[in-house]
Design a protein around this ligand. Structure first.
Ligand SMILES: [Zn+2]
Length: 188
């Protein structure tokens, strides 16, 4: 299965000239929600990840992803692993478990994220799990666009690794070529 092609086909990966929420410009943009919008695809992708985890004897009894991008992914991963799924969400700037989600001291947690860029929100969820006495056994994601720079200190299972070039607006070669910049997700 050519994952890169699948991402392009479903418009979960766009190629062009984009302004990211960080302010940086980029030649690629991910909209993984368009992949998980199709349950059969989400199921297939998460089953593929689950097989890798099983092959490495990674045993989790709980999957947690950060809202919003990690909610569906956590749910679908949990279905593939036949365990429970929670999601963490930001409250007053802090990643928290709400809605009655609680950890037991012996919980072995798989943390999932749609796209890992710097790994920031993934790490916040890992810290949260550890602060509540759980153990993070692995991290899984649909995409690693960090260029292999991220180290979570536990096994990391990205389904697709993609190098994304990012530029400050002053040094952006796409701007220099006069290509109009698109701010993904905005309506205008
Ligand atoms: Zn640019």
């Amino acid at each position: 299965m050519d994952l890169y092609k699948l991402f392009l086909e479903k418009k979960a990966l766009l190629e062009g000239h984009f302004k990211l929420s960080s302010g940086l410009h980029s030649n690629k943009y991910f909209q993984c929600a368009l992949l998980t919008a199709e349950p059969e695809i989400a199921e297939m992708l998460c089953e593929t990840l689950a097989q890798k985890l099983r092959a490495d004897k990674i045993e989790a009894n709980l999957v947690i992803g950060p809202a919003i991008g990690g909610i569906i992914l956590a749910y679908e991963m949990a279905r593939a692993l036949k365990v429970k799924a929670f999601f963490a969400e930001r409250e007053e700037g802090q990643m928290r478990l709400r809605r009655g989600f609680t950890l037991k001291p012996d919980d072995k947690v798989l943390v999932v994220e749609d796209v890992v860029t710097t790994g920031g929100s993934t790490r916040e969820v890992m810290d949260l799990v550890q602060s509540m006495g759980g153990e993070v056994v692995a991290v899984a994601s649909l995409v690693d666009r960090s260029g292999g720079k991220v180290d979570f200190g536990v096994p990391f299972y990205p389904l697709l690794k993609v190098n994304v070039e990012t530029y400050s607006p002053e040094n952006c070669p796409l701007c220099a070529e006069g290509i109009p910049v698109v701010k993904p997700g905005s309506r205008k």
